[in-house]
Design a protein around this ligand. Structure first.
Ligand SMILES: *Cc1c(COP(=O)(O)O)cnc(C)c1O
Length: 274
């Protein structure tokens, strides 16, 4: 965890810190290691015959998982959204193939059902849901909460995909305000994920007002913000998750959303693929 210094923070009287989970590993960055660790320990302990998981063709989840399964010699089968794709459709899928994962490309409609094709399914394989979202993935985030717990922090900001990291932090840091910035238009899904794990929304604030209408690269204001951030703080960020989250935090700060003396922690959840 490091403090970020900027004249705007001084002007508003707040202290801003960043948790550098992007430095965990060059490939398995940020929350992907946090979320996958418990699943992989279980797979090893139970002697699973392999792992089955799901994801989009650019998903950091399947990329990190493919690297880890290769390193741990666990056979991996991936069900990937989009039957127009194949193993050579992009450089990440090509790398995943190199790491030895078997990929199945299915239509978007079929993908929504999350049904595992019978020729792949086996009781002896461990199924990791999309983005690691399930009770085990949430509990796996506890290590991140524990590293934050002993610091004097009032508000946490993080980017949300499936909400696994958000829910884990809310569960294990019940006294902090946990602000989740939605990266995708999936608020109903996140609300339902929260309801599955927590008995109340408790300390979660879900922000869906910052979702980029222009996905990723086309949003020039967001791209310019990322450039400003990288040049000012010398920390790499990508636009889809961490970039959007930090830009949203800056907007709130400029609008005087925070009381003076507030201590804010930004979670750098990784996402830079190498
Ligand atoms: C996957 C990912 C997220 C989303 O995490 P969830 O736990 O699914 O909400 C956020 N940031 C980055 C960089 C990611 O790769």
């Amino acid at each position: 965890m490091e403090e970020l210094k900027h004249p705007l923070f001084t002007e508003k009287g707040v202290q801003v810190f960043i948790k550098r989970d992007d430095l965990i590993h060059p490939i398995v960055t940020g929350n992907k290691w946090r979320k996958l660790k418990e699943y992989l320990l279980i797979a090893q302990k139970e002697g699973s015959k392999g792992i089955i998981s799901f994801g989009g063709a650019y998903s950091n989840h399947i990329y990190s998982l493919a690297y880890l399964c290769n390193a741990l010699s666990l056979p991996l089968e991936l069900i990937i959204r989009g039957d127009e794709l194949n193993e050579n459709s992009n450089e990440f899928l090509m790398q995943i193939k190199q790491w030895g994962a078997k990929m199945y490309f299915i239509s978007r409609e079929e993908y929504k059902t999350k049904i595992i094709p019978p020729q792949i399914y086996s009781k002896e394989k461990l199924i990791i849901p999309e983005g690691g979202f399930a009770a085990m993935g949430v509990d796996s985030v506890r290590s991140l909460a524990d590293e934050i717990a002993f610091n004097a922090i009032d508000e946490v900001f993080l980017a949300v995909g499936t909400g696994t990291t958000l829910i884990g932090l809310a569960k294990y840091l019940p006294n902090l305000k946990i602000n989740g910035i939605l990266a995708l238009s999936n608020k109903a899904e996140i609300d339902s994920n929260i309801d599955q794990i927590l008995s109340a929304k408790q300390n979660i604030i879900l922000w869906d007002s910052f979702i980029s209408k222009k996905y990723g690269k086309k949003n020039t204001e967001l791209i310019e913000f990322c450039t400003f951030f990288v040049q000012t703080f010398h920390i790499q960020i990508e636009p889809i998750y961490t970039g959007l989250m930090i830009q949203s935090f800056f907007k709130l700060l400029k609008e005087d959303y925070f009381k003076p003396q507030t201590r804010i922690l930004l979670i750098h959840s990784g996402g830079i693929k190498h």
